[in-house]
Design a protein around this ligand. Structure first.
Ligand code: MOS
Length: 759
């Protein structure tokens, strides 16, 4: 059954280009981020980090540091765990009520697994005193052999067995007998999350309660993990994250600095601030792991895929088994009777990898979509036509229809908006209008990302001053969550957004979702809608039961709540009474409503469908062979992401993701020094992210089909899909301009010099 029929028509506030309601707070500096919190008597913590990549700590001599001015304590393995009652950390892998980033508790043992691992924490009256003392702590190591090798197919692979992720048919036989084949290996580098706001914890201990000011993409999960880690009941921990300066996945789950700061606050009985600096961002708080993907594709002469085989490795560290899930999109994006996705992990002496925007799918699609482009070249077929030929409305890995898939339309609309029909297929054959020295390359790629909705609660209060308050224990990572909350309340009550206060970012509110996996919007909408409807019901019941009210004694079901007024259902809203008047008359402060929504996992209807978002990226590069200069000049991004709730914040997500994609394609790579294991480019001068001068002209287009399986509003979530497909589209455009196929990201000028010399 096609499920694209809209089941619900919201008011015009839904889908509008409403400005972020938290924008003025951010742009005026009034928004308080984690490290902005200060408390009387606050102590500063600075970690001491390992200067070897593997081995054991032989000894820690903190005597000199402890005598330095302002120093209050130096915590390390020997004194932190010795005789502590109750134990300071009870972090046990698998033992959590929530999910943590690093399975091992901080300073747990004397084993060093990566360069930069925390080995001690210095606490002092000022940050400068703590920093100076941290440098004075003497740590002696017994170093051990280590590896940060970028080759992921060496002997160590065997340590972690091959895992089959998806399988149908017989890829070996189909590949062997097919007339057209691609057999190539693609790599993507370790990439480091670099949100503007770095990680930080301000921990306040007020026995028996902790308050932790955090920059967290999941305050409720953070609360659960910290309760377990610190050995206190959940109700004695409050996590506050009012604003985030982004996260990109790096702030999904708690990192050890949070537990360290909290333990120190309890030990010293003073507030503790611990800020992770930019250098430590490359060591201690996750990264997208390096991947190496072997792709074997085979097709008939007319371009029908007959076999798709992806075998990938990603690096993980020595404390965790983190699988990057590069086969996220492979099993269902195209129709093929024979498919196999296998994977294995390779241990390296690096910090724990963690999800980064579009984890799995983004590096996975670099390989899949690059290989599809190579297949199109081998077939002498247009790359858009090849995708159209292999489109499907069935998820063949699950034998289920998609809830709402418009990949074909993404390709067609993208081609139309980009002007793809004018593409000349011959390599290096297109010139920049008005500049014959510059070669244009045009490339494209498909995109996909999963769609999911979790369980959620929300609270709404309609107040007797004519305002509304809506709250939930989720947070706004910067994507527009605050604004979406206000839009839904306004949609269902007619109260203008200026009169709606949104309260988020506090684990003591009713539980809401982690801002991850592009699921927060779809997850919160039904709960907010339910809470709002329950609040308006309360207001109507109040109107019906309050003596003297215009509606006293009327049956509640004959009344309605529209445009902020309670009125007789059969009469226009203008004939009604503003809800605040009714509440004042009844002498109550608020009409309250609680909302509750279940996740998609417990929705029997959802089980019959495969739920994903889709997209197509079209890229133009300018290649100037005379000076070997490559620029991404133009991108058209077409996204099938369900109903768009806010056209401005949604477009912002795609614009930002495309810029991040330029970084992935041309700039970003975390380099680990082979001699020491140290992240070499752990600063903004040497680790390049795309900025304004790197940004192309970007045209974002949403198809805007509601996906009813995701809920009444039909929103899917668009935080991650915009990054999917950008890097392979760039690589394909570079091939079209230069004839050089770059299979190892990022694409460097060095890769293209031979095209420069021969041009
Ligand atoms: Mo996203 S990597 O789930 O923040």
């Amino acid at each position: 059954m096609p499920t694209d029929t809209p089941v619900f028509t919201p008011t015009a506030i839904i889908g509008s280009e409403l400005n972020r309601i938290d924008g003025p707070l951010k742009t005026t500096g009034a928004a308080q981020y984690a490290a902005d919190f200060h408390f009387p008597g606050m102590v500063h913590g600075v970690p001491v980090t390992s200067t070897v990549a593997a081995g054991t700590i032989r000894s820690i001599d903190a005597a000199k540091a402890e005598k330095m001015p302002g120093v209050l304590a130096v915590l390390h393995h020997d004194n932190l765990y010795a005789g502590a009652t109750p134990p300071l950390f009870r972090m046990a892998p698998g033992g959590h009520g929530g999910r943590t980033s690093e399975a091992r508790p901080p300073l747990e043992d004397t084993t060093i697994r990566y360069w930069g691992q925390y080995v001690a924490l210095v606490l002092a009256e000022t940050y400068e005193q703590a920093l100076a003392a941290a440098e004075a702590v003497q740590v002696a190591y017994d170093p051990a052999p280590f590896s940060v090798s970028t080759k992921l197919d060496d002997a160590q692979t065997a340590e972690l067995p091959l895992h089959t992720e998806s399988k149908r048919g017989d890829v070996e036989a189909a590949f062997a007998s097919a007339p057209v084949k691609v057999d190539q290996t693609y790599t993507t580098p370790a990439e480091t999350h670099n949100p503007m706001e770095m990680h930080a914890t301000v921990a306040v201990w007020n026995a028996p309660r902790f308050t932790l000011y955090e920059t967290s993409q999941g305050v409720v999960n953070h609360q659960h993990v910290m309760a377990e880690t610190l050995g206190v009941p959940r109700e004695n921990i409050q996590i506050i994250t009012r604003f985030l300066g982004s996260g990109f996945g790096g702030k999904l789950f708690p990192w050890p600095h949070s537990a360290l700061a909290a333990a120190a606050a309890r030990q010293l009985n003073r507030p503790v601030k611990l800020s992770v600096n930019r250098k430590q961002m490359f060591q201690n708080v996750g990264h997208r792991p390096r991947t190496q993907q072997h792709m074997k594709l085979a097709a008939t002469l007319d371009g029908k895929l007959v076999s798709l085989h992806q075998d990938y490795r990603n690096h993980t560290n020595f404390g965790d088994d983190i699988r990057e899930n590069c086969g996220e999109a492979t099993p269902f994006l195209y129709s093929t009777p024979n498919l196999l996705v296998t994977s294995a992990l390779v241990r390296r002496n690096v910090g724990t990898p963690t999800p980064m925007r579009g984890p799995g799918a983004v590096p996975g699609l670099f390989a899949l979509e690059s290989a599809m482009d190579e297949l199109a070249v081998a077939l002498k077929m247009d790359p858009v036509a090849l995708r159209l030929k292999n489109d499907t409305l069935t998820d063949e890995s699950q034998n289920k229809p998609f809830s709402s898939r418009h990949y074909k339309e993404c390709l067609e609309v993208g081609a139309e908006k980009f002007g793809w029909a004018k593409r000349q297929a011959a390599i290096g054959s297109m010139r920049k209008p008005g500049d014959d020295e510059v070669i244009l390359g045009w490339g494209m790629a498909g995109a996909s990302w999963g769609a999911f909705r979790g369980a959620c609660q929300a609270s709404v209060a309609l107040l007797n001053d004519g305002t509304a308050r809506v709250s939930c224990g989720t947070q706004d990572v910067g994507t527009g969550t605050y604004t979406v909350f206000a839009q839904v309340v306004s949609d269902r009550t007619g109260i203008p957004v200026e009169r709606i206060r949104v309260v988020l970012g506090d684990s003591s509110l009713v539980p809401g979702p982690t801002s991850g996996g592009s699921t927060a919007t779809a997850t919160v909408l039904p709960a907010i809608a339910d809470a709002t409807d329950n609040a308006t019901k309360t207001a109507i019941a109040t109107a019906a039961s309050t003596p003297g009210s215009a509606f006293h004694g009327k049956p509640a079901d004959s009344l309605a709540f529209t445009e902020g007024r309670i009125h007789v259902k059969t009469q226009p809203a203008a004939t009604g009474v503003p809800f605040e008047e009714i509440l004042k008359q009844a002498q109550v402060q608020a009409a309250n409503g609680e909302g509750n929504s279940a996740g998609i996992g417990s929705d029997p209807k959802a089980r019959n469908f495969s739920t994903h978002s889709f997209g197509a990226q079209f890229v133009e590069v300018e290649w100037d062979p005379g000076i070997a200069r490559l620029r991404v000049s133009r991108v058209v991004s077409v996204i099938d992401g369900g109903r768009i709730i806010n056209a401005k914040t949604a477009a912002n997500q795609i614009l930002g993701a495309v810029v991040m994609g330029v970084g992935m394609g041309l700039l970003e790579e975390t380099l680990y020094m082979p001699q020491t294991g140290q992240p070499l480019n752990s600063n903004f001068a040497d680790y390049m992210v795309a900025t304004n001068p790197d940004s192309p002209r970007i045209d974002v287009h949403f198809l805007d089909y509601p996906d009813p399986i995701l809920g009444e509003y039909g929103a899917r979530g668009i935080g991650e899909i915009g990054l999917a497909g950008v890097a392979p589209a760039i690589a394909s455009a570079v091939y079209h301009a230069t004839g050089i196929r770059v299979r190892n990201l990022p694409i460097r000028i060095e890769d293209l010099l031979s095209a420069s010399l021969t041009a």
